[in-house]
Design a protein around this ligand. Structure first.
Ligand code: ADP
Length: 381
């Protein structure tokens, strides 16, 4: 099957938003229009927008006709203004001035209904009736699973694009949004250092990353945070927390005035705990520093869960460039009649398409361990 100017390619952003998604949308639209002369439909709110549109039509010929009319009438920014319009024909101007803007102009969402095969079938039928033959889907692990299922259950051409600040997709060296999130974390650490130094405090900052510690360890390496705790290091027991506190206290004894500790959200505790890691660690550190006869009983520990701050902000040049490279490779794959369905990935610094369900890059784990060792030596007191 080859794509033509009669068969638009649809693009959507799904799951957690990531900086760089807008640069990616811009690149997909501009490459479609300028390089390939193929129209691009933007889908609002990820899979939720597709499901909403399928329900709006619900097999009704008149509703389908009305939707086609709406898509052709409200092009670009006119369609984007109307929050009810789920499918928008994108034009040059609709992606002007959005390059570095955080978030996504199309919106992103989670959609539980998309887990149901019959709902996906309705979506596939709608896309068929609209003449859409291919989709480019950006998002994290869950979104890419949805993309794989769509590919398996239809004859649509589907390309996924990894976009998540968590850097937990192990088949690619980087996902869209990671570079910006690391940048934001370095900024945050810099701000916390000012107050930590002034008050001689220990700051425990909790980062995102889901089950992966990559975001935390990259931020630690780039910011100079004194300590980083990741899920890959194993569960935190009382004994381990005490030995971390001892390490900080030892550094204070040797003249250190403050410490920044990064803890990734995916770190587990033994016994299991429900609270955020930053608070658990604060309590453990504080009670160690205040024990009978301790040298620094007034040493304060302040926890902070950095949360969604990490997902926002202006995308870095690194993310904008990666977005353009991913978009270009996605188009190449779609236009290659022998091209496979799959996901764009950065491997050995080259962008390529890997099949859905592709195994992890073994170098990722090696690289993470090397980063931990490097941080340890750079930050040791
Ligand atoms: P992320 O893509 O950031 O990992 P989620 O895991 O929440 O975020 O997934 C985003 C969306 O992808 C879900 O709300 C759902 O619509 C779709 N999705 C996730 N997992 C599946 C699945 N197993 N089957 C079908 N769709 C899925």
């Amino acid at each position: 099957m080859s794509l033509t100017s009669e068969s638009p390619v649809a693009v959507l952003c799904s799951g957690g938003d990531a900086p760089g998604m807008n640069a990616f949308l811009r690149a997909v639209v501009r490459l479609g229009l300028n390089r390939h002369q193929i129209p691009v439909y933007g889908i609002r709110d990820g899979y939720r927008g597709l499901v909403r549109a399928a329900r709006q039509v619900d097999g009704d010929a008149e509703a389908l006709y009305a939707m086609k009319q709406e898509i052709e009438r409200n092009i670009g920014n006119r369609g984007l203004i109307d929050a009810q319009q789920s499918i928008i024909k994108m034009d040059h101007a609709s992606v002007s001035g959005i390059m570095g803007k955080g978030g996504t102009i199309l919106g992103s969402a989670r959609c539980l209904d998309f887990h149901k095969p019959d709902v996906r079938r309705e979506v596939i039928q709608l896309l068929d009736k609209l003449g859409v033959r291919a989709l480019i889907i950006s998002g994290g692990d869950g979104s890419l699973t949805g993309a794989r299922l769509l590919a398996e259950e239809s004859d649509l051409r589907i390309i996924g694009v990894p976009a998540t600040i968590d850097n937990d997709l192990q088949f690619t060296e980087m996902s869209l949004g990671v570079d910006t999130a690391v940048h934001t974390l370095v900024w945050a650490v810099d701000h916390f250092i000012d107050t930590a130094r002034s008050h001689r405090r220990v700051m425990v900052l909790e980062t995102m990353g889901r089950e992966s510690g990559d975001l935390a360890r990259m931020a630690a390496l780039a910011s100079g945070a004194e300590m980083v705790i990741t899920p890959e290091g194993g569960a935190l027991t009382e004994a381990r927390m005490r030995s971390l506190a001892e390490k900080i206290e030892g550094a204070m004894t040797r003249g250190r005035g403050h410490a920044i500790v990064l803890i990734a959200e995916g770190v587990k505790f033994e016994p299991a705990q429900k609270r955020n890691g930053a608070y658990i660690l604060r309590d453990a550190f504080q009670s160690y520093f205040q024990r009978e006869g301790a040298p620094f009983p007034d040493l304060e520990v302040r926890p902070s869960v950095l949360g969604h701050l990490q997902r926002g902000g202006h995308a870095t040049p690194g993310d904008c460039i990666l977005a353009a490279r991913f978009a270009e490779e996605a188009w190449k794959a779609l236009l290659n009649p022998k091209g496979i369905n799959g996901i764009t990935a950065l491997r050995y610094n080259k962008v390529e398409i890997v099949p859905f369900g592709c195994p992890d890059l073994p170098e990722r784990a090696v690289h993470s361990r090397a980063m931990d060792a490097l941080h340890n030596d750079l930050a040791s007191w």
